[in-house]
Design a protein around this ligand. Structure first.
Ligand code: AMP
Length: 187
């Protein structure tokens, strides 16, 4: 089972991914977490991406695609992937498609957590006080939201035509969203 969790920043993708990891024994592929780890390690990649991340801009497709390739090709993770925050551009969606094809895998389910901008602003301000993420301050978040609308929303339009695409009201309580997701797992 490979799953994509899709939605704007603050939609609750990470929270639901963790639930699915536990329930289905999947691997969470959070490009945001992987990139933050590179910055923490002060790796070559980390040095290249720190300014973009802190400014709320995307990291280049080349860097992210490279990181994803290793994971999709990892035999231990085959058919156990839950993508959280990837793909975020049409180029990334095409890359994922070809990586999955060449490893005989597919995406079984795509969940779109739909949340409006006002709720996102409230949620992320709360997260800022809990996690202290440098890209959660209001100005950076607004930029991240604009980038989502410009570059990521077209991916949504592309995926929403698939028969395995399910839209879920992301403004519901965490448990309610989890229950909704669970109802589609056996479809
Ligand atoms: P997230 O934790 O998913 O909200 O991601 C935090 C930041 O990491 C984003 O604002 C981007 O700067 C970067 N990032 C995460 N995933 C991607 C991706 N798929 N493509 C480009 N940049 C990404």
């Amino acid at each position: 089972m490979n799953i994509i969790l899709f939605g704007p920043p603050g939609a609750g993708k990470g929270t639901q991914a963790k639930h699915l990891v536990k329930k289905l024994n999947l691997f969470q592929v959070s490009t945001g977490d992987i990139l933050r780890e590179e910055i923490k390690k002060k790796s070559e990649i980390g040095k290249k991406i720190i300014n973009n991340m802190n400014d709320g801009k995307f990291v280049s497709d080349d860097i992210v695609n490279q990181l994803i390739k290793k994971i999709v090709f990892d035999p231990q993770k085959k058919n156990k992937l839950i993508f959280d925050g990837y793909p975020r551009s049409i180029a990334q969606a095409n890359n994922l498609d070809s990586l999955l094809n060449s490893t005989n895998q597919k995406i079984n389910l795509i969940f779109f957590l739909n949340v409006n901008k006002n709720i996102i602003l409230k949620r992320v301000q709360k997260r800022k006080t809990q996690e202290n993420r440098s890209d959660d301050d209001l100005n950076t978040l607004l930029k991240r939201y604009d980038t989502y609308m410009e570059t990521t929303k077209p991916v949504l339009d592309f995926y929403s035509k698939n028969s395995n695409f399910y839209e879920i009201d992301g403004t519901l309580e965490i448990d309610q969203i989890t229950r909704k997701i669970d109802t589609f797992l056996n479809v």
